[in-house]
Design a protein around this ligand. Structure first.
Ligand code: SF4
Length: 74
């Protein structure tokens, strides 16, 4: 594996991230905030990493249990 964040990781982090700022309001209105949140559509996501360095701390703060339950829901 390289160090590129997976789609699941980006969604999990964005949902739990205090710094999340969506780049597109229409996207969240249309699909639903919880389902569309991802670092991929956050203003702080640049060149495949978080430009305010929140990705790693938020990801490590998520325990495996919440990650699993999130995935089962989808
Ligand atoms: S890009 Fe950074 S600020 Fe935005 S949701 Fe991801 S970790 Fe949080």
């Amino acid at each position: 594996m390289d160090n590129t964040a997976s789609q699941n990781q980006m969604m999990m982090v964005a949902v739990n991230c205090p710094g999340y700022k969506p780049t597109c309001k229409d996207l969240t209105n249309t699909i639903g905030v919880e389902n569309s949140k991802s670092c991929d559509n956050c203003t702080h996501w640049e060149e495949h990493h978080c430009n305010i360095n929140l990705f790693d701390p938020v990801l490590t703060s998520l325990d495996q249990e919440s990650f699993n339950s999130y995935c089962v829901k989808g």
